[in-house]
Design a protein around this ligand. Structure first.
Ligand code: FAD
Ligand code: 2HG
Ligand code: ZN
Length: 478
């Protein structure tokens, strides 16, 4: 999609970048201003290759004061900007809609400090998540989040989207694990909130507004993240179940039996498994009968013998009770990798299967899978695949519908039905990916008019001219 394909959205009354602007940016960021359209192609296009902007300038600051100088200038000259981290976002939030200037954090990739007593990491926003994981592991710690895009996404992008991922079940959200945020506001002022205090109840916790604000309230330049100790023993199993009720029984039992060491409980349905076999180059590690549901169960703890004993007695019991009919445990490191890539690689494999209509929904755990069956029935004969997978332990379903083409007719069979269905059950239309550009009209299914009105007021306090990531996240006030 390019902006001429969404005619209902009008370009805001922002200035267009002129040679004087480029000369100014070049004076602040010598050699770090990108203007060639070929060089901008990737940054103008989102990961799903569904949204494409037409920015003519990409800026690559290295330091907070550079971001501050740029934003002050953009605000004064009425130039709109889009902050970009690893550009792995799934809702079209990280690419321009029209010709917004792209401000990339890719050169803001320095660790500032690590406290090996508290496990608190302070780093610049452009550090790649996987690099941070390797860094803190050296110190005996782990990052509180992990996701399939770890090799490219930036910690600033993670905080800006309040990313969830596979460790959420164990370590909770970035709203809890982000202790401090430094950001540059629209007018260039620095929001100096890089605190590493665990407790700080001095008035409103303003950094919480920046966490999950998707680049609409400020550009996050550095963060303080609380890292838990690195688990010394990890066990991983792939289990097969004959019904969704059996998945729920297995989950309930895993909480009882594995308790404090349970660190992930992820669902892969049969259709998603098929996608991985057909397009992801995977072989189903469970070679018996094809089962409707598979779950990935992980434990992370500190005592190998104790954890293994717990896992094996859990497995024995769930199989004995008939909840699980087949299963395998990873023992070699390549098996750990394969099992996780079987789950985490679904998003990438789906891209090879056709045009993907992606929904990231929250429900109560009991109602987690209902919509997948509903949509399968509704789209019989029209959809190529209807896949349901995701973070079952967090009630976060990834409903992915693959269609043959990008078509309004096909979309009208899905939307607004999916959003209405979710809203009627008290669910969320965006569990962890955010709203960005693609889900902006859907926010009303999860938030009241009053709540959206307050968001618009907050936006106008932080960014009165609306230059920060326009057309994204909250419907415009007018
Ligand atoms: P970008 O895509 O560059 O940006 C995302 C949004 O944040 C945009 O609105 C952008 O403007 C804004 N932004 C970026 N950096 C900044 C900054 N420094 N300051 C202010 N705003 C900024 N998400 C999950 O929650 N859980 C998952 O399990 C998960 N798995 C994924 C797996 C794959 C294969 C992919 C491709 C994506 C996945 N995601 C997942 C989506 C997720 O939102 C991103 O991967 C990640 O959090 C975004 O980081 P990024 O650096 O790529 O941000
Ligand atoms: C995941 O958990 C990501 O794999 C992507 O959040 C989800 O593809 C999706 O819908
Ligand atoms: Zn996810």
């Amino acid at each position: 999609l390019t902006s001429d394909q969404y005619p209902s959205i009008k370009r805001g009354r922002f200035s267009q970048v002129c040679p004087d602007d480029v000369a100014f940016f070049e004076s602040v960021l010598p050699g770090r201003v990108v203007t060639g359209s070929d060089d901008l192609e990737a940054a103008n296009t989102d990961w799903l290759r569904m949204c494409r902007g037409q920015s003519k300038v990409l800026l690559r600051p290295q330091a907070t004061d550079e971001v501050s100088t740029i934003l002050k200038y953009c605000n004064e000259h009425n130039l709109a900007v889009v902050p970009q981290g690893g550009n792995t976002g799934l809702v079209g939030g990280s690419v321009p809609v029209f010709d917004e200037i792209i401000i990339s954090t890719s050169l803001m990739n320095q660790v500032i400090e690590f406290n090996s007593l508290s496990g608190i990491l302070t780093c610049q926003a452009g550090c790649i998540l996987e690099n941070l994981e390797l860094f803190v592991q050296e110190e005996g710690f782990t990052m509180p989040l992990d996701l399939g895009a770890k090799g490219s996404c930036h910690i600033g992008g993670n905080v800006a989207t309040s990313a969830g991922g596979i460790r959420f079940l164990r370590y909770g959200s970035l709203h809890g694990n982000t202790l401090g945020v430094e950001a540059v506001l629209a007018d260039g002022e620095i929001f100096d909130g890089l605190s590493s205090l665990r407790k700080d109840n001095t008035g409103y916790d303003l950094k919480q507004l920046l966490i999950g604000s998707e680049g609409t309230l400020g550009i996050i330049t550095a963060v303080c993240i609380l890292c838990p100790p690195k688990p010394r023993s990890v066990n991983l199993a792939l289990l097969g179940c004959r019904s969704f009720q059996a998945v729920l029984d297995t989950y309930k039992f895993s909480k009882e039996k594995l308790g404090e060491i349970l660190s992930a409980f992820e669902l892969i349905d049969c259709e998603s498994m098929k996608i991985q076999e057909t397009y992801g180059g995977h072989v189903n590690p469970l070679q018996g009968e094809t089962l409707p549901f598979y779950v990935v169960v992980e434990t992370s703890g500190s005592n190998k013998d104790h954890d293994e004993l717990k896992m094996s007695s859990f497995l024995e019991e769930v199989m004995g009770k008939g909840y699980v009919v087949d299963g395998t445990i990873a023992s070699e490191s390549f098996q750990f990798k394969n099992m996780w890539s079987l789950r985490e690689g679904i998003a990438a494999s789906l891209m090879k299967a056709g045009v993907v209509y992606k929904y990231d929904l929250s429900f109560s755990i009991e109602g987690f899978y209902e919509l997948v069956d509903v949509m399968r029935e509704k789209l019989k004969g029209d959809a190529l695949h209807v896949c349901g997978y995701g973070h079952l332990g967090d009630g976060n379903l990834h409903l992915n519908i693959v269609g043959p083409t990008l078509s309004k007719e096909f979309l009208s069979l899905i939307e607004p039905f999916v959003f209405e269905w979710t809203s009627d059950r008290g669910g969320s239309v965006s569990a962890e990916h955010g709203i960005g550009f693609k889900k902006r009209d859907a926010i009303q299914f999860s938030k009241t008019e009053k709540q959206i009105g307050i968001m618009q007021q907050v936006k106008s306090i932080f960014d009165p001219k609306g230059i920060l990531n326009p057309y994204k996240t909250i419907p415009s006030g007018s």
